[in-house]
Design a protein around this ligand. Structure first.
Ligand code: ATP
Ligand code: MG
Length: 335
């Protein structure tokens, strides 16, 4: 059964074809009053999501699924915010009390350590562990701010993927993390490199779920669509997306696709919507992830919301109703 949602009079809804293969051009249509818009079965109406967003601060999220939850953070297109999302969601999960190991699988161009401000503490990497030069726990860098959070880098910066290193090595690594004396982590987040070559294949191999990061532009969406197909071919069925760098002013001016457009185009459940925020760049340069900012910023809160949904294997619904002049603060979380 599809749930139904009422739209106000003359609400204008931008629509995309459901796949990229049919056409790249989007069209918009005007819906008359009380038009019934079918939503996906799991989708929740805006008000429900909004109320949950407020209420959830008073409770701890319920961890769904079996641990460790191994999630790859991927995109296809580079520079859309995979590493930013890994750092912020990872620390949010740790703050919620879950143990997290974040693996930087971006060999040669690693930068998760920089975003986390942990670059001076990475003495060993997975390559040294596999060579027998150090133990696994020596390569794990524990965050001083949140001790539930540990970082693991595959290799030193600017180094090449060692010959023979592939998906099997990462599966071994995940198994070794499960078997640690400290106990199995709740979440293993894998920061995937851009592209769909060997590094991507390696990064997705041990994952049983994926968080697809995209920006609302046609090039990122085409790559995201391709990556979705590859993830599905690899047997990863649980794929959710985060739409990053969203600008409501540009959406209103019809210079940027709305989140609803993106969702209709990719057909994936929505884990979160992150606004464009200069504070992201500032926090990146300071090695102090946004979610740790006080007072919290809009993008930081949006990352926390996404982490919350990840824990509960939940999703949100994007609804864009252009007639409403101001949706306010929570428009990013519920619409
Ligand atoms: N919501 C946002 N608002 C503003 N800037 C952002 C936002 N998200 C990411 N950025 C910026 O975009 C740039 C790329 O982000 P990031 O390194 O996380 O992308 P990536 O997908 O990991 O890139 P790569 O494919 O190279 O690994 C960074 O400078 C980051 O600060
Ligand atoms: Mg990156």
């Amino acid at each position: 059964m599809h749930s139904l949602q009422l739209l106000p009079k003359n609400a204008k809804v931008s629509c995309f074809p459901t796949t990229l293969h049919s056409s790249n051009a989007f069209y918009s249509k005007t819906l008359s009053r009380r038009t019934l818009l079918p939503l996906k079965p799991k989708a929740k109406p805006y008000t429900t999501t909004l109320i949950e967003a407020v209420l959830q601060w008073n409770r701890k999220p319920q961890l769904a699924g079996e641990t460790p939850r191994v999630a790859v953070i991927t995109s296809g297109k580079g520079g859309v915010g995979k590493t930013t999302s890994t750092a912020n969601i990872g620390l949010s999960l740790a703050r919620l009390g879950f143990s997290v190991v974040a693996i930087d699988a971006d060999v040669g161009l690693r930068n998760l350590d920089l975003l986390l401000g942990l670059e001076n503490r990475v003495n060993y990497t997975v390559v040294e562990v596999l060579n027998g030069d150090c133990r696994l726990d020596q390569a794990l860098v524990r965050d001083k701010r949140w001790s539930h959070f540990e970082l693991l880098c595959i290799s030193k910066p600017r180094s090449k993927l060692p010959i023979g290193f592939g998906g099997k090595a990462l599966v071994w690594l995940v198994d070794a993390l499960k078997a640690r004396q400290e106990g199995c982590p709740d979440f293993i987040l894998i920061d995937c490199p851009a592209g769909i070559d060997a590094g991507f294949i390696t990064a997705i191999t041990p994952a049983n779920e994926a968080v697809l990061i995209t920006t609302p532009d046609i090039t990122a969406l085409r790559d995201a669509d391709r990556v979705t197909g590859l993830l599905e071919c690899d047997g990863i069925r649980d794929i959710k997306m985060i739409v990053n760098r969203v600008r409501t002013d540009m959406i209103k001016g019809e210079d940027m696709m709305s989140v609803l457009d993106v969702q209709e185009m990719l057909g994936l459940p929505l884990l979160g919507v992150i606004p464009e925020d200069a504070e992201v760049i500032r926090s990146t340069n300071r090695g102090h992830p946004l979610v740790l900012n006080k007072p919290p910023t809009l993008a930081g809160l949006a990352f926390e919301q996404a982490a919350w949904r990840l824990v509960e294997q939940d999703s949100m619904q994007a609804v864009v109703v252009e007639e409403e002049p101001k949706r306010g603060f929570f428009s990013f979380f519920g619409g």
